[in-house]
Ligand binder design. Structure first.
Ligand code: IPE
Ligand code: IPE
Ligand code: MG
Length: 244
């Protein structure tokens, strides 16, 4: 181990923004003959571990896909458990996040979440808004298509009242109307548990992100797995359409 690292990571070239599709809680639980909800509880522990490691490695932005606009299709008991875990996590964790200079943000249709979650989330966002350390961005009731649709509606409204001219609209106009407008595009997207799809995550923003898929279920993902993902990322050749 060099520099106390499992992989030979260049600490000067860590991704600025890592976005994670935390998948596989249910399959992890099933493999242990546990209810799916036990998988979600174990998944919360992984969030703590991964965030700690991101702070250690100086990753500036971490977006976690915690609940999609499609996840409402799940049985009520599972949705309720996820919402309870969210509000409990925030309730227990916000003071610590604040102490560690973490800035909490959220993207998605937040106001349609249960009121307890909205309350805890807004408390956390307000408390940590001036922090300058790592940015923990939670994607909650988030859907990439919904976000793009909302941006379009807002832009059309701005055009209608004469705030923007039609011929001034460019790619930045769209980026600046998405709920992710304050966060740079992700450099690295990680999806755990073997599925290799986006499931409606950050559709616009991932245009030039690197993708890393692992079969490890989210509750088993740890410091070493995160370092492996970053190491793999650092060995990719990002060309952005140009040549090297
Ligand atoms: C990810 O794990 C958590 C959420 C989507 C909220 P899953 O619950 O999707 O786990 P699998 O994919 O069924 O194993
Ligand atoms: C994506 O995972 C959403 C989150 C991780 C929050 P899903 O488990 O919902 O995605 P699909 O249904 O397998 O595509
Ligand atoms: Mg899943």
């Amino acid at each position: 181990m060099k520099n106390n690292l499992f992989y030979d990571i260049d600490l000067n070239r860590v991704p600025n923004h890592i976005a994670i599709i935390m998948d596989g809680n249910g399959r992890w639980a099933k493999s242990k003959f546990l209810p799916r909800t036990a998988g979600h509880k174990a998944g919360v522990e992984t969030i703590r571990t991964v965030l700690r490691e991101c702070k250690k490695l100086n990753v500036k932005h971490v977006t976690l896909y915690a609940f999609s606009t499609e996840n409402w299709k799940r049985p009520k008991l599972e949705v309720d458990t996820l919402m309870n875990l969210l509000s409990t996590y925030l309730k227990n964790e916000v003071a610590t996040l604040h102490k560690e200079n973490v800035k909490l943000t959220a993207v998605g249709d937040i106001d349609s979440l249960p009121s307890q979650c909205v309350k805890e989330l807004n408390n956390g966002i307000e408390l940590t808004k001036n922090n300058t350390g790592c940015n923990l961005n939670l994607a909650l009731n988030y859907g990439g298509r919904l976000d793009i649709k909302n941006a379009l509606v807002d832009i059309i409204k701005d055009v209608k009242v004469g705030k923007i001219n039609l011929d001034e609209i460019d790619e930045n106009t769209i980026s600046n109307h998405l709920s992710t407008k304050c966060i740079p595009d992700p450099d690295l997207v990680i999806r755990t548990s073997g599925e290799e799809r986006l499931s409606n995550f950050l559709l616009w923003e991932v245009a030039y992100a690197e993708f890393y898929f692992t079969n490890v279920h989210w509750p088993d993902f740890d410091e070493k797995e995160l370092q492996k993902a970053i190491f793999t990322y650092q060995n990719r050749d990002r060309r952005f359409g140009g040549i090297k």
